[in-house]
Design a protein around this ligand. Sequence first.
Ligand code: NAD
Length: 230
Amino acid sequence: MVVLTGAGISAESGVPTFRGPDGLWGRYRPEELATPEAFARNPLRVWEWYAWRRELIARAEPNPAHQTLAEMEAALPGFLLITQNVDGLHQRAGNRRVVELHGNLWRVRCPRERQVWEDHRVPLPELPPRCPTCGAFLRPDVVWFGEPLPPEEWQHAMEAAREAEIFLVIGTSGIVEPAASLPRLARVHGAYLVEFNLEDTPLTPLMDEIWRGPVSETLPRWWARFQRGK
Ligand code: NAD
């Protein structure tokens, strides 16, 4: 069982998605915030946005959909969770086999020395935060638009997609590439695909099974049914 999650799974924990009616992109322009160019131009503005998101996520709790994925991992030896989310809520729910395609905003990176470490301070003492060794502005250890995915994580995700028997696609708009190509890869290699979303996405036509509605309700129901059917 392989699972791909997107921002929709954290929406019911109070973490805004990027797209959709309450999406972040309605209020902020992505090219002003989530690109290396934006960071070079105005690191303070980019960091103010991440500091706001860190505060919001620090107050958020994993919801029943996150908890169901933790139960699945405990029950299924071949389970792997691939996430596009950067909020760390899957790990807080108890998942350990997690491939983070887009990094994690609880890690910072020194662009000069290429060191990465965890930083959970909320609020951060100074914005933008600086590298304690060399003084350079740190950046969040996340993947911005136009940047490549971390190669090891991407390889691992592709292998899992190829080997999956069941592939769940949860709360993702299916338009951010290359992550959106994983369900296609799984399909080509014979996986049974299930989508959990509020609405249709470009991935919907690939699906064997579709669950519409808030994922905190649909996923626990699907999992209960799956266990009965085993
Ligand atoms: P997206 O914002 O593009 O799409 C969210 C999807 O979730 C939509 O299809 C929406 O219909 C669905 N959705 C919203 N609420 C739902 C609910 N309660 N139940 C079921 N489905 C629901 O998100 P994406 O596809 O993950 O791609 C955007 C990028 O945004 C990713 O790269 C990710 O790194 C980043 N992001 C992450 C977070 C986070 O870490 N929590 C938040 C916002 C954006």
